[in-house]
Ligand binder design. Structure first.
Ligand code: SAM
Length: 199
């Protein structure tokens, strides 16, 4: 397994596939263990690196992961199989904004790690799939140090993307359904815990 993980890290670097930073996935794996998390939904599988590590955080951890890029999806399937994780990881090949997941399955943790400009859409769509007191973790909230400096960015595309991430951060801060904490780990993450209503 260790060798396979190293191989995936090398593949990601060679092929320029963005994968979660080591400190971030270590944080998530610890979170999974400490909170007895069993059912995880991931938006953005890439080659399966984070899905495999999350699934390995506990014997009873199951991951559903969604990827829209065919080449990455195929690579993800291959990696899941060669790690012997096919019973613990379900890989879905579709755009996460178009998938119709079963509404009967609820998740303890949702990891949002796909198109960064779509974070609010992913959050609003998938919050209904959370269990009571479930958590949504989102990666890349610093976006390589650009977040908070969108005014000074010259490239139009980058500026627009960074503004969307800034908008998402404000959305989380103002969201009264969730308690959100921000952590300066890796490329910056948020941990949003669903507050179920007290009567
Ligand atoms: N979570 C992966 C890891 O750490 O190993 C990395 C995911 S990578 C940062 C983001 C992935 O999300 C890309 O492979 C991209 O194709 C995928 N993606 C982006 N938007 C998506 C969408 N709307 N639906 C499904 N996948 C999407």
């Amino acid at each position: 397994m260790k060798e396979k993980i190293l191989e995936m890290e090398n593949y990601a670097q060679e092929k320029n596939v963005p994968i979660v930073e080591k400190k971030t996935i270590a944080f998530i794996m610890k979170y999974i263990k400490e909170n007895n998390i069993k059912n995880v939904l991931e938006i953005g599988s890439a080659i399966g690196y984070s899905a495999i590590l999350m699934a390995s955080a506990g014997e009873n951890v199951f991951v559903t992961t969604i990827e829209r890029d065919e080449e990455r999806y195929m690579e993800c399937l291959k990696n899941v199989k060669s790690c012997g994780m096919d019973k613990k990881i379900n890989v879905v090949f579709q755009d996460a904004l178009e998938v119709n997941l079963s509404e009967e399955v609820k998740y303890d943790l949702i990891f949002i790690d796909a198109a960064k400009a779509q974070n609010i859409k992913f959050f609003e769509k998938y919050k209904y799939f959370l269990k009571d007191s479930g958590t949504i973790i989102t990666d890349n909230l610093k976006f390589h140090g650009y977040v908070g400096k969108s005014e000074d960015i010259e490239s139009k595309n980058l500026k627009s993307l960074v503004s969307k991430i800034e908008e998402y951060i404000n959305f989380l801060k103002e969201n009264t359904e969730f308690d959100t904490k921000f952590y300066d780990i890796g490329d910056g993450i948020s941990v949003s815990v669903f507050k179920h209503e007290k009567e």
